[in-house]
Design a protein around this ligand. Sequence first.
Ligand SMILES: Cc1cc2nc3c(=O)[nH]c(=O)nc-3n(C[C@H](O)[C@H](O)[C@H](O)COP(=O)(O)O)c2cc1C
Length: 456
Amino acid sequence: MTAERRQVHLAAHFPGVNSTTVWSDPTAQSQVEFSSFEHFARTAERGFFDYLFLAEGLRLREHRGEIHDLDVVGRPNTLGILAAVAAVTRHIGVVGTLSSTFNEPAELARQLATLDHLSGGRAGWNVVTSSDAFHGGNFRRGGFLPHPERYERASEFVALAKKLWDSWDDDAVLGDAAAGEFLRAGAVHDVRHRGKHFDVDARPTVPRSPQGRPVIVQAGDSPDGRDFAAEHAEVIFSRHAEFDDGRRFYSDVKGRLAGRGRSEGSLLILPAVSFVLGDSAADAEEKACEISLQQISKPTAITFLEQVWNRDLSAYDADGPLPEVDPDPGEQITRGWARAFEENQAKISAWRAKAEAENLSIRQLVIAVANRHGFVGTAAHIASEIDRYVQNRASDGFVVVGHLTPHGLDEFTDAVIPELQERGVYRTEYPEGATLRENLGLPAPHRLTDEIGATA
Ligand SMILES: Cc1cc2nc3c(=O)[nH]c(=O)nc-3n(C[C@H](O)[C@H](O)[C@H](O)COP(=O)(O)O)c2cc1C
């Protein structure tokens, strides 16, 4: 008997606020108007994706004291977009990135339960702790919480949110006109929570939602982040898209589950991956080079180096050799990127060696080190690669990242999805009425009962 082939899970990442997204392409459209989100969502649903995914930046990125506007700047609010997307789709999940550092549990739990109601059980929450204090400037707390305490807060946040989501019994709303009873007596439980970060006596206002709780996604990568995922997450949005690295990450995180009484299948790992499709391998490679030049313009290449050198390099020519000056150890000139650049001196030495050995200009070097296009090739090649990763436990699927708004996913949906279906590793229709959690094949979460009123 042959073993059943592992099924591929896919999420569709709306183009982000970074240099992957080519806003300068003549065919690129608005990142603000609803028509873009609608087109993207309909394409993803046509391709039977598990969910549409939105990243979120809480503050406009800055470079050398100015708003960084070489990339897309500005996006409408995540939950508003997702609610609108839910209204024009029927099956696809709607998952948003929302910070556990700068939100409050009762408020966010209420918003997410509402999204789950409005979407008929398709809501998900990518819990992020936000990378640096700079984001805090937009909130009353300013530069709030050192890294370890952010995960402590995140864990307490999600534990409390779960109690809030579980506080209404499924059958709480009676609507019994004859008896004059709207609610069943005792069916709404008060939530008492005393913890280091939250002290709450809540009586939640939103009835239990179709999934009970939204699907919990997580995107941190540190050891604390991985432990948090093993404790709470049902999906990890990872940056480990290279095959061997992906396998190491997969076994590391899945290995953390057993000690918490969780099965391997209760947590899916979906790395972010971009793609370039072509009619042949050579055609795809040629397109990849063209897209790289769009993504890494000359000013983008210089800015990229400035982030690492931490100094003004505007006098340098992007088509010329790397700067000979040393990096500046002073205060960071870049603010708001997802990850701070570490060990810059070592990085610069390696880049100098690479540029010299391969005779690369600044722009060519930046394209080589910063702009890898995940899967490049024909539709058949890309589908085989996705299948290989999933069968070999390098991932459970991918968060697919296109580079054009809003039609960057069209050709993937038209060309790669049929190839996956032909291989028997991808759905050919959505099960009618399935929730996001059911589409992901995840177990129903353990319902809290006695713990709700207990002090945490
Ligand atoms: C693949 C990936 C995507 C992320 N996307 C976002 C995002 O959209 N918004 C955000 O505020 N943080 C994002 N983050 C960063 C998270 O805020 C995360 O909490 C941060 O990296 C700190 O956690 P860590 O030290 O465990 O990585 C992302 C991280 C990863 C790995």
